[in-house]
Design a protein around this ligand. Sequence first.
Ligand code: CP3
Length: 339
Amino acid sequence: MKPFLDVLAGKAAARPPIWLMRQAGRYLPEYRAIRSQARDFLHFCYSPELAIEATMQPIRRFGFDAAIIFSDILVIPDALGQGVRFAEGEGPRLEAMETPEALKRLSGVLDRDKLGPVYEALRGVRAALPAEVALIGFCGAPWTLATYMIGGKGTPDQAPARHFAYQHPEAFQRLMDLLVTACVEHLSLQVDAGAEALQIFDSWAGNLPEGELRRWSETPIARIIGGVKAHHPSVPIIAFPRGIAGGFRRFVSETKCDAISLDTACAISDIRQQFPAGMVTQGNLDPLVLINGGSALDGAIDHILESTAGLPHVFNLGHGILPPTPIAHVEAMLRRVRG
Ligand code: CP3
């Protein structure tokens, strides 16, 4: 019995299963302790023993209903031959690709050997997890990956990728095609290695106008879901198109995702009106209210529980947990959600 997979299959639970986006990471002292053992963040991701340990830490401490493999969305550009590094305290740095010519530096195929340690870590985590805890594999959506690949780093408004897509739509489409193929391959290999559900992170979908959202977010994600299901028809796939406001209903019907992860700004009280009956949802507690705790946290949790009562819902945050989050607040949240 896996409560998380039951809800993804459409069965409402008396108490929602719970996991948190970015549940492994710097808010945990035990993560900070092992993080210092690796030369840099990518080496950490590619060290199966460390990745297994980082994945298991929040499960041991909090007993979440799902584990997400410890890795990063930027392993795909790395395995396509674009140099990726994580400068300490600065976030990711890539060799920016601001012209169609620069895209030619990419290899046309995903380097599976480079990603081998990720699959090895998945097998190790599956063997170590309690039977009732599900294992999630993931990737970044092509649009979000492209924002880092073209900009060379995180950008506040994703302007480099947005300009590129307007100026060079054919070259941008070729990049999307390459990323769709890479994502299908990486997700399918994660399922082969033990992932029982998948999540596609489109963290930067929210800055796209309607037509671009369709072209660069919905269509590539629909192709990824179709491609993965051709190999693995029964694996549930969650999509996280962050910040698309009124666009969720169309996103769900265009992509055929099995569940939708709602960002913090999505009005959870009208999900019954927003989605077709039976739609599986996930989210959407504000990571900042979790930092603050107290009555604001209690009220925000109750609002989500009341709004989703009787619906197939997975309790989660609206975006990743942040490093300053007190562990006591995570514990208080778990007590309240579990009743
Ligand atoms: O616990 C988990 O959720 C699994 C691991 C995971 C990481 N990154 C580990 C990580 C997952 C699912 C991600 C996804 C990811 N990575 C996203 C999509 C989700 C989101 O938050 O929008 C994005 C955009 C990235 C790219 C990325 N990785 C950035 C921008 C950064 C720097 C910012 C930061 O949080 O430090 C990272 C680094 C990163 N990825 C860390 C972790 C634990 C911190 C690095 C460290 O420990 O030094």
